[in-house]
Structure formats: C-alpha cells, structure tokens
Design a protein around this ligand. Sequence first.
Ligand code: SME
Length: 157
Amino acid sequence: MTPDYPLLVRQLEALLDTLDWLSNSAQTCAFIMQEVGELNWVGFYLHRQPNMLSLGPFQGKPACHPIPFEKGVCGAAARTRETQRIDDVHAVADHIACDSASNAELVVPIVVKGQLWGVLDLDSPTKARFTTNDQAGIESLVTVFIDKTELTTTALT
Ligand code: SME
C-alpha cells in the first residue's frame, strides 16, 4: 500500500520534539522503517570528514563504513546533491552491496545552509520499489527532519 506521506509528515513533526540531531536522526529512520513498506535498511550517512560519508543511526543489518564520495549510490547523492532513485542496484556499476537483500535504493541528500550535512539512504528488496511519489514523500520527511533539528555544524564536530 502506498504510504500516506502528508500524514507521515504530520506524525514525524510531532515525533521530533528535541532539536538534537542524534535523537532526531535515530527516531526518523526508525519511523520510516516502521511506516514505509518493503524496506530492509534505512539510515543516515554523515558528512564528518571531507568527501567521506560516515555511518550514522540506522535500522537494518550492519552496514558499510566509510563511503567515499566517489563511490556508490550514496556517494553520487553526496557529490551531486541530488536524490538518487535506483530501480535495480545491480545495474549500477559501483553500487556498494552492504546487504545482499537490497535491490532498489533511494538516497536523499541533506543540505543545510549550502553545506552537505549527510544523506538518508533507503534500501528495498523489491526492484523498482521507489516511485516518484515515494521520492517526493521521503524528501518531504527529510525536510521535516531538517526543520526540526539543530544541524548547523553538528555532524562535523
Ligand atoms: N548501497 C549503498 C551503500 C550503503 S548501503 O545500502 C546501507 C551505496 O551504493 O552507496
């Protein structure tokens, strides 16, 4: 069933009642894992070192760390600062396989005041799981996360 993203936006706004990036990022990925179907991994990668993504709070199996900007779907999102929506990760030459169950992927960059703070990564076992509607919906949840969280220098310290 297609998630009711406008409802999820209101619920996430209510859930994120602290400005703390660690609490809010943990809550956000747990909330998405619970409310959005057919996912096997949801989590944050943080931009804590130049051109490198460090594993942050997540739900799912232990994952790859670190990820350089040059590699994988997460690296492409960090480099281009554009959402990456991949129907079949096996068709992406430099895809980084953390969990063999993953077939589709959606990675949304998190940009705050012109700086890349990190990315939110969703993996699904279902090929072509993520529609343009899912992309817009998850991007709206990322906007809630940004608006409800103190992210200025956070992950870089
Ligand atoms: N598949 C990602 C790596 C992160 S995991 O999916 C958790 C990529 O290619 O960037």
